[in-house]
Design a binder for this molecule. Structure first.
Ligand code: 1CP
Length: 333
C-alpha cells in the first residue's frame, strides 16, 4: 500500500508520510532554469514532457512520499476558454468571463484544451520513482475558482466591490465549474492520480453564514464524486474558522490545515486524518527552530493519523537544504 493510503485508508499513526505544497516550484534552481526558458506558464503546464520532469524534480532531490502534479488550479478557467496569464511579480491575470461563450463549451472542447495535463500525469504515475509513492492530482474548489474567474486576479491584490451583487450569476457559474471539475477529476484519476486534493485557498474570505452555500455544498458534491471513484480525497479549506463543522458536513478522507489554526484544537475536534499545518516561514529560519516547530506537530499528532505538510505553499526564498532537514526530522521521528 502506498504511504499516504496507509494513513488515509488504514488510519496508520506510526508512519508520518510527507509531501510539501508547491514542492515543485521556484525554490528549486532546476525549476527556475526550466521556467526561465518557458516564459508562458500555461504552455509549460501543457508541455507533458516538461511538466512531468518538473513534477519529479523534488522527488529526485528529497525522500518525499508523494508527487503532486505540476499544473495549476487555473487550468480549469483556461479549459473553459477564459484567458489566463501569469505575470511576473503580479500573479494570475484573467480575461473577462464571458458566460455566453462558456456555456457553449462542452466536455470535448474542454478536454481538448487541457488533455496534455493528463499525459503528464500518465508519465509521472508510471515512472519508476513513484512505484511506491502516491501521485496527487488536484483541483481548485468551486468557490476559489469562482473568485479568480470573477475577480480576474488574486483577491490578495484587490477584491471587486460588487463581487456578491449578482447571486444568480454566481450560482450559475458555480454549477458550470462543478460540472467541469468532475470531468477534470475523473481524467486525472483515469491517467494515474491516486489521491485528489481540493484547494479552497480563498474559503476564508467568506462570512460564516455564506459557507454552506459557497463552500460546503459544492465541495461536498465533489468529495462524494471522488469517493465514488474509490480514490481518497483531501480538502484544504484555507483559513476557515470552523474546521470541525467543515469536516462534519463535507466528510473528506483527510483535512489539510493552515498555519493559523491551533493544532491542539484540531486534535480535540477532528476524528479524520489530518495533514499539514507548519508555517512555511519556519523554513526561512534556522535548523534548531525548524526542528522545534516540526516536532510540535509530530508530538501533537503522534497518536492520530497524520500526513506531514506545510500550512500553505512553500515560499520561493526557501533554501532546499532546509527542506532536506525537515524531511529528515520527520522521517527520524
Ligand atoms: O508543486 C506543486 O504544488 C504543484 C503545482 C501547483 C499547485 C498545486 C501550482 C504550480 N499551483 C498549484 C495550486 C494553486 N494555484 C493554488 C492552490 C494552492 C495555494 O493556495 O497556493 C492557487 C491559489 C493557485 C493560483 C496561483 N497560480 C497562484 C496564487 C496567486 C494568488 O492569488 O496568490 C500563483 C502564483 C500561481 C502560479 C503558479 N502555480 C504553480 C507555480 C509553481 C506557480 C508560480 C509560477 C511562476 O511564476 O513560476
Amino acid at each position: 500500500m502506498k504511504p499516504l493510503n496507509k494513513v488515509l485508508i488504514n488510519n496508520d499513526t506510526n508512519l508520518n508520510p510527507i509531501w510539501i505544497m508547491r514542492q515543485a516550484g521556484r525554490y528549486l534552481p532546476e525549476f527556475r532554469e526550466i521556467r526561465k526558458q518557458n516564459p508562458d506558464f500555461i504552455n509549460l503546464c501543457l508541455n507533458d514532457n516538461l511538466a512531468s520532469e518538473i513534477t519529479l524534480q523534488p522527488l529526485k532531490r528529497f525522500d518525499l512520499d508523494a508527487a503532486i502534479i505540476f499544473s495549476d488550479i487555473l487550468m480549469l478557467p483556461y479549459g473553459l476558454g477564459q484567458k489566463v496569464a501569469f505575470e511576473k511579480n503580479f500573479g494570475p491575470k484573467l480575461g473577462e468571463l464571458n458566460l455566453n461563450e462558456v456555456i457553449k463549451i462542452d466536455e470535448i472542447d474542454f478536454v481538448q484544451k487541457i488533455h496534455r495535463i493528463y499525459k503528464a500525469i500518465k508519465k509521472v504515475s508510471t515512472s519508476n520513482i513513484l512505484k511506491e509513492k502516491n501521485t496527487i492530482g488536484f483541483v481548485g474548489a468551486p468557490w476559489t475558482l469562482l473568485v479568480y474567474m470573477i475577480n480576474q486576479q488574486s483577491p490578495k491584490k484587490n477584491l471587486k466591490k460588487d463581487f456578491f451583487k449578482d447571486e444568480f450569476l454566481i450560482n450559475r457559474i458555480l454549477l458550470i465549474i462543478e460540472k467541469f471539475l468532475k470531468i477534470h477529476i475523473k481524467n486525472q484519476i483515469d491517467y494515474g492520480a491516486n489521491i485528489i486534493q481540493i484547494f479552497d485557498s480563498w474559503a476564508g474570505l467568506l462570512d460564516e453564514k455564506d459557507l454552506p452555500n459557497y463552500v460546503y455544498a459544492p465541495t461536498l458534491n465533489l468529495v462524494n464524486y471522488v469517493k465514488s471513484l474509490k480514490v481518497p480525497v483531501i480538502c484544504f479549506p484555507r483559513e476557515i474558522k470552523n474546521y470541525k463543522e467543515f469536516c462534519n458536513i463535507v466528510k473528506p478522507d483527510a483535512i489539510s490545515i493552515d498555519y493559523n489554526v491551533d493544532p491542539k484544537k484540531i486534535l480535540d475536534d477532528i476524528k479524520i486524518p489530518v495533514q499539514g499545518g507548519l508555517d512555511p516561514k519556519i523554513l526561512l529560519t534556522d535548523y534548531v527552530n525548524l526542528k522545534k516547530e516540526a516536532l510540535k506537530y509530530l508530538e501533537i499528532f503522534k497518536n492520530h493519523p497524520y500526513i506531514f505538510n506545510l500550512g500553505h505553499g512553500i515560499l520561493p526564498d526557501t533554501n532546499p537544504e532546509m527542506v532536506k532537514n525537515l524531511i529528515k526530522i520527520v522521517k527520524n521521528y
